[in-house]
Design a protein around this ligand. Structure first.
Ligand SMILES: O=C(O)CCC(=O)C(=O)O
Ligand SMILES: [Fe+2]
Length: 484
């Protein structure tokens, strides 16, 4: 009797440590969500055009002023080689200069875009011309103006840990993809996400060549944040550029006058020549505000005193259920995910990238994922890390033992019964009790397909979400992790 009343009072009045822990978890969530919002997903810059800059400057320093940009192509039909220098030369015969520009516009084909599985042309959605790289040559190369190192530094901060040498895929290469011309008064490209050309593609680079136009803002969105590049003011005097992650939605507003000419490049993550990355190029994880916060937290004896695990859903989409996944992750982590990973790593805390399945996705019954996660409450007492609420969540989550490629199985699910994933040994997983989950799952990918028998047999697919689980050692063990 006495023990049961004791039990009741414990659950009704949370302890002070419990309340403090709950608050920390909320703060951590706010930090990560805030981090997401402030994490860099796009960057941009400008290369002024100097008409008296030699095209083949012998200086070894990166050139900060560009000579006019040349574009060479062959006309359709008569196959005559043509060349255009941008910006148009104000001193040249204006008629012949704009004639060259008109010729370039004329040789372009209508630009398509991906809708579902198809490539379509729809001027209501995208009104632009395109030239494929095999049909033109340009004197512009982004490596010459320090553009790529800048993009690397912003979009690809490094880990700066011992693991750095074992993660050599942290350089970018830019592959020319298209030349596009958006002409006034109606050129545009409505909101879209670029189609990644390979699993190693992490973003796109757009270079707007010097040519007078009005309108045509490039608007890039990511998780409620927006960056606008209004390039029209300096359109005739500079090459202006922007780089962003592949999963950012973006659009080009209507070009009201002139020709907006862009080179687009696919950005791939690649192996640096010569192995390791020069430290001067990297962003130190210690410079992230999250570092200081977590460092203080793990020095707090009351925080997860006996150790535990924090789980974070990745905020960017990765091909985490592909054959390449084990090679790509964590190397290809981006933005907030990369910040979290690198901060934990640099604090000496083990963190792994794993796929997570919501068990109710394949149980019969109407399970509402959002509600489940919205109502997620953290366990109020770290000593009770197997407390009820938390177990409710972890009982429904299956964590893969590693990143698994998508599989089709011969497993079946009988009507009304639960599929047992452990009956197959290719997608090994388990419930990870005691993980405190922060944030919500964002980007599901097909993890495995199986035969489901309802009224009729059908193929069902289970989705997985990429997540990071950081294993927090007990206080006495982690004291030594933090530098004095
Ligand atoms: O020209 C631009 O600013 C962006 C072009 C673009 O979004 C694309 O080609 O997919
Ligand atoms: Fe695009």
């Amino acid at each position: 009797m006495a023990s049961s009343s004791k039990k009741r009072s414990k659950s009704a009045v949370p302890s002070l440590t419990g309340l403090a822990f709950k608050k920390i978890c909320k703060q951590l969530e706010a930090f990560v969500v805030g981090k997401k919002a402030s994490a860099t997903f796009v960057c941009g810059g400008l290369v002024p055009i100097g008409t008296n800059v030699a095209a083949n400057s012998k200086s070894s320093k990166p050139i900060s002023v560009s000579p006019p940009v040349r574009i060479c192509w062959r006309t359709d039909g008569d196959n005559i080689a043509r060349e255009l220098a941008l910006p148009l030369d104000a001193n040249a015969n204006p008629q012949s200069a704009s004639d060259d520009l008109r010729q370039l516009v004329a040789v372009c084909d209508p630009a398509s875009f991906g809708r579902g599985q198809q490539d379509v042309i729809d001027p209501e959605y995208r009104k632009a011309g395109k030239l494929d790289p095999e049909h033109f040559f340009t004197s512009f190369h982004p490596a010459e103006f320090g553009i790529l190192p800048n993009v690397e530094q912003v979009l690809l901060p490094n880990f700066n840990t011992e693991a750095q040498d074992s993660l050599p895929f942290r350089k970018l290469s830019a592959e020319l993809y298209k030349l596009n011309v958006y002409s006034g008064p109606s050129g545009l490209f409505r909101q879209h996400v670029d189609t990644p050309r390979s699993k190693t593609q992490i973003g796109s680079l757009v270079v707007c060549l010097p040519s007078q136009f009005k309108g045509g803002d490039l608007v890039v969105n990511h998780e409620g944040r927006q960056v606008v590049f209004d390039w029209d003011q300096q359109s005739a005097s500079a090459s202006q550029w922007a780089a962003f992650y592949s999963d950012c939605e973006h659009e080009i507003k209507t070009i009201t006058e002139g020709e907006r000419i862009t080179l687009t490049y696919n950005l791939y993550i690649t192996e640096p020549v010569g192995g390791s990355i020069p430290p001067s190029m990297i962003v130190d994880p210690k410079s992230f505000p999250l570092y200081g916060y977590l460092q203080e937290l793990i020095m707090e004896p009351g925080f997860m005193q006996k150790g535990g695990a924090l789980g974070f859903y990745c905020s960017h989409a990765y091909p985490h259920a592909s054959d390449e996944a084990p090679m790509l992750l964590p190397r290809a982590l981006k933005g907030a995910d990369l910040v979290l990973y690198s901060v934990f790593k640099s604090l000496g805390i083990k963190v792994e990238v794993v796929p997570v399945i919501q068990e109710d996705d394949f149980r019969k019954g109407d399970y509402d994922m959002d509600e489940e996660y919205e109502s997620l409450e953290y366990d109020s007492n770290p000593k009770d890390s197997k407390g009820k609420k938390e177990d409710d969540v972890n009982d429904k989550l299956l964590v893969g033992d590693k990143l698994h490629p998508y599989i089709t199985t011969d497993m079946t699910e009988e009507f009304g019964e639960t599929l047992n994933l452990n009956n197959n040994n290719r997608w090994k997983c388990k419930h990870r009790r005691g993980v405190i989950w922060i944030g919500s799952p964002a980007h599901g990918q097909s993890a495995l397909s199986y035969l489901a028998y309802g009224n009729e047999a059908s193929i069902s697919t289970i989705y997985s979400y990429a997540a990071m689980i950081a294993k927090i050692p007990p206080f006495l063990k982690r004291k030594g992790l933090v530098d004095a």
